[in-house]
Structure formats: C-alpha cells, structure tokens
Design a protein. Structure first.
Length: 576
C-alpha cells in the first residue's frame, strides 16, 4: 500500500465542542522526556500525548477542521508519514479534525493533526517524534495542535464498576461523608458522587471518586485539599460537568441532544398492542418510554395500569408544570397521554415529508426515476397513515412528584426519589396488556447474550433488590435493548424547595457492561430494568451521556409508593 493510500482524510466524523480541562487528570501515568519536550508538549497521559500546550481533556468531541487549506493538509501529512515511516512506527491513521472538550464552542485553536498508532514499546520514541513535529510543522504554515493517541485510547476514558480494596470498601461511607462535606463547603450545587474505576480499559483503570458538578467548582481550593485527602485513601478524584445529565436528576434544558428513535416503534404504529420500550409523552417538551403494565385489584374488580416516569409527563402542552404536583405528587388526575409521543411522531413525519418533497435531479436515468417515485409513493402513504393515526393511549391518573421513600426498613436505609406515573389505559389501544420479553435475547449485543438466562416470554415477578455487580437489562425508546452492570448506591443532590440545602438523596448506578454502549439515553426513562431471569429489579430514571451510566430506582419501592399514593391495600398492585 502506498503512503498516499494510507493517508486518512475522512472529515465526516461527528461535530463537537471544545475545551477547557474538566476532569482532574487522565490518571494514566507520569510525564516522559527531557525538559525541552516538557516545556512544549503535554505528556502526562501514558496513552495520549500532544502539543503545543495542554491537550483538551475528556470527554472529547471530534468534528471537521475549521478553514484548513487542503494543500497544507497534504504537505503536513506527507511530513508526518515520512517521520513515522523512518522511525518504523506502526501507525493506523493520520487526519485533520477539531478535537475539543465537550461543553464549549470550538475555535481554530482546536484544529488538530490526529495520529492514531500503537504506543506499545514506542512511547518515548513517539514523544521524540512529536517534539520534532512541533518544531518542523510551523515552518509549513500549520499553527494547530498535534495529538498522538494509542489505538486503545481512541474511545476515551471509560467508567467501569469499582474494583476496591477491602479497606476502601469498608471505609466508603466515611469517604463519601468526607466528599459531601467538602462539596458543601464550596457552596456549589453538585449533582452526583459515586465510586467507579476509570480508565481507557479495565486493566489500567483506577479507583476514582466521580463528582458531577458545575464547572466553577474546579477552581475552588477545597477541591485541591479533597484531592490530597482522597489520594491518602488510594482514590483519584475526577470532576465531570453536569451537561450530560438527563432524566430525574437533571434540568430539562441541561443538554441538547439530537433525538433518536429506536426501530422498536415499528410500522405502522401498533394500533392494538403496546409493548415495553415504546415512546410516550404529553407534549413536545419531553419524551419517556413505556415501562410495562401493572394489574390493580380493587375489591373484586381488576384493571390494568401502564407505568412510565413522572418527569416524562410533568409538562403540559405549554411546557408548564403544576408546582404542587411537582413537590408531592397527586392522584385523581386526568392528563391525556399519547404513544408514540408527539415529538416522535413529528420526527418520523418530517422524515417522510422530506422524501415526499425531494426533487428529482435533472437528467436522472428512467429506472432510477421510477425507483425514486416508488419511494415517494411509499412515503406519501405513510404520511397519510401517520396523520390518520390516533396516538391517544389513555390518561395519566396519578404521579409521584418528587417523593422520598426508603430503600429498606432500617433507620440507616438510604432515601431515594421515586419517579413514576400511572396511566389508565384505553382498551382499544391496549386490548392485550402483556410485558413481553420473548425477543430480548435476540436484540442484545452479542457480548451481553450470555448474561440473559431466561427463555420465559413475559415478566412475571418483581425481584428483590439484588446485590451489586449483577447484569441488568432494559428496553428503551432511544437505545432499544441494552445491558449494564448494577453497581451500588450513587449519592444524588437534588434540591427541593423547603427542604434542607444539604440534603442528599440516592439512586442505584448502572455501569456499562460488557459491550461499552450507553445503558440508556434521553427518551429511555421509564424503562423497566430486569435481571437475567427476566424479573423486574427497578425502573430507569436518569443517566449521563458523558459516561453512559444509568440510574435506577428499586421497583419494590415504586410499587409500595404507588399503593400508598393511590390509597390501595398492600399487595393490590402486581404484574399481569
């Protein structure tokens, strides 16, 4: 293969944002090289080096370069290939792009010459090559950044289930108290604290206390003191921003994410069956998903309720909330609810309208024109079906609001926020309410299939909250069927008017496992989380796009709270 064939000039990678340092460090190693190198480049990461100056910190978004001359690109890449080849470096790709930390607007200073290669046994040589490039490339007129990254580090730093020593496990509650006290002294409205292992891959990951808080906390001297205190306990400290948070523990406009719809919506929209994971909502402002069905016994009578998240249906058609319901929940409501949600219908409708209105290019070959016309007619038919479809599924009759419940019965049981909404279903839309899981195993990524141990067709049991480190599964509106590893309790700060400012609450964190895909994304809250036996463990209520983690609330807690709020006797709610 020629050098020209090997050049990677693919500029169609996702757009992103830039940056400032957000995490405390990469945690991947110490500097290497002489003082000349250290004054010019960032070599603090064992699997990623670059310069001039500091590299943007994870999470990083990559986008096409801004205003880079193609002739200059060719000349610079030729120089890099020459140096890499003469040094016998095993490189995979060389490309121009914009590389920047998520959360800020990129500038021309973020233009990056990205070199992907293997660092194994060659890191010092790569530092030397980088030092040379930083001296040579400015003479060509290139004034951007150079970054060399190991192939194992391309996907960024990942959050793994914590692997703690016995001492760290036994002292975790003291460590948590130390962190929360330090955060309280900053006066910053932090959101989450939990333990995890962080690294490019599991074998090099390190026990880390993750704090999700606004950017301003980085400059607070209390964080430097906390970092030293945690180091004594053999923990790293990483501060992530809160922009990626979604669901119960975030604000509606904290993130702007292009909505995606999973193929589980089906076509046409199911008129007589409504399954787990389909989208649901009251308006265009927020979309959740349908978790499943619960049977209600009222004396001799039985009925069926659909279950989703309160925070997914709290806004009316004008985007307003009832503050009383927001704080304590309500029963006896009559809120029209639809599925698919209004937002999803608009997304699908607009996609087909684009095909209907797409002009035929001039001089199109007759057979291509005929094919385009067939597709146009198919889209026209689907537009008519969408516009004639009645998405009304029933009324939301009760919601939790931000209600507190205990996980267990003891005084030491941690508080959690429950987040549920009950929908009185329209029988015409849901004549056969079934929590169908017959195809879960078929939809799972290959790496997760061995953890799905059941062949039963429906969810028929509520599981007790299991110990940490079991694999859980869910079907969501956005991401479909995914698997994750259930971790321990994550401390959450969520301010409620009238309650102490220092009060913190908890949910269970779900880590990526084992395919490294996000457990959930916006649009997925409400999904029921199942264990490998197909029994429901909890309900997904939130997460973070930054690290792909999810948050769930124990399902037994939700059922208890529903019965309390609806005035039902214990045991009145069960699975169909």
């Amino acid at each position: 293969m020629s050098d020209q064939d090997q050049k990677e000039k693919d500029l169609s990678v996702p757009s992103g944002t830039t940056g400032t340092q957000f995490s405390s460090s990469s945690g991947m190693g110490a500097s290497s090289g002489n003082s000349s190198v250290q004054s010019r480049i960032d070599s603090s990461d064992m699997l990623r080096i670059g310069g001039p100056g500091r590299l943007p910190r994870w999470p990083i978004m990559t986008s096409p370069p801004q205003d880079v001359d193609q002739e200059l690109c060719d000349a610079v890449i030729d120089i890099v290939i020459s140096h890499m080849t003469s040094s016998r470096m095993d490189w995979r790709a060389i490309q121009f792009c914009t590389r920047a930390t998520q959360g800020h607007t990129p500038t021309t200073a973020d233009t990056t010459l990205l070199i992907k290669c293997s660092f194994e046994g060659h890191r010092d040589a790569l530092v030397s090559i980088l030092d040379t490039l930083l001296m040579v490339l400015p003479e060509t007129g290139y004034s951007g950044r150079v970054e060399i990254i190991d192939l194992q580090a391309i996907q960024g730093i990942i959050t793994f289930v914590p692997i703690l020593s016995r001492e760290q496990e036994e002292g975790w509650e003291d460590t948590l108290a130390l962190v929360i006290e330090a955060l309280g002294q900053t006066g910053v409205d932090w959101r989450q604290v939990f333990a995890a292992n962080r690294g490019y891959f599991k074998d090099v990951s390190k026990p880390t206390v993750i704090v999700k808080a606004p950017e301003v906390i980085l400059g607070h001297p209390q964080m430097n003191q906390l970092r030293a205190q945690l180091a004594d306990r053999r923990f790293d400290l990483e501060i992530m921003n809160t922009r990626g948070l979604w669901g119960l523990f975030s604000s509606l406009h904290d993130i702007v994410l292009r909505e995606r719809i999973n193929a589980s919506l089906g076509w046409p929209f199911p008129p007589d069956y409504h399954g787990m994971g389909l989208s649901i909502g009251r308006n265009q402002h927020e979309t959740s998903c349908f978790g499943g069905y619960l049977k209600v016994r009222h004396g001799e009578a039985e009925s069926t309720l659909g279950i989703t998240c309160y925070h997914g249906v709290r806004y009316d058609s004008d985007g307003r909330t009832n503050e009383g319901i927001q704080s304590c929940g309500a029963a006896g409501l009559s809120w029209p609810c639809q599925s698919p949600s209004q937002q999803d219908i608009e997304i699908i409708l607009n996609g087909h309208l684009e095909k209907v209105n797409k002009p035929t290019p001039p001089n199109t070959a007759p057979h291509i024109m005929a094919r385009m016309e067939r597709k146009r007619q198919e889209s026209t038919k689907k537009v008519e079906e969408i516009r004639s479809f009645n998405p009304f599924i029933g009324n939301v009759v009760a919601v939790s609001g931000w209600r507190n419940r205990q996980v267990g019965t003891g005084l030491g049981a941690p508080l959690v926020f429950v987040d549920w909404a009950c929908i009185e279903l329209c029988k015409e839309r849901c004549p056969n309410p079934t929590n169908d899981i017959v195809d879960f195993g078929e939809e799972l990524p290959e790496e997760s299939v061995p953890h799905w141990k059941t062949s039963k067709p429906t969810v028929d049991s509520v599981a007790e909250m299991p110990p940490a480190n079991i694999v859980v599964f869910k079907r969501g509106r956005t991401t479909g069927v995914t698997a994750g590893e259930l971790g321990g309790i994550c401390s959450e700060a969520h301010r409620i008017p009238g309650l102490p400012a220092s009060l913190h609450h908890r949910a269970y964190v779900v880590y990526l496992c084992p395919d490294m895909k996000p457990f959930g994304l916006p649009g997925d809250p409400g999904a029921w989380c199942l264990d490998g036996n197909g029994d429901v463990v909890g309900q997904l209520v939130g997460g973070d796009t930054t690290d792909g983690t999810g948050l769930l609330i124990p399902f037994s807690v939700i059922i208890d709270d529903m019965e309390l709020k609806l005035g039902l006797k214990p045991g009145s709610l069960s699975l169909p």
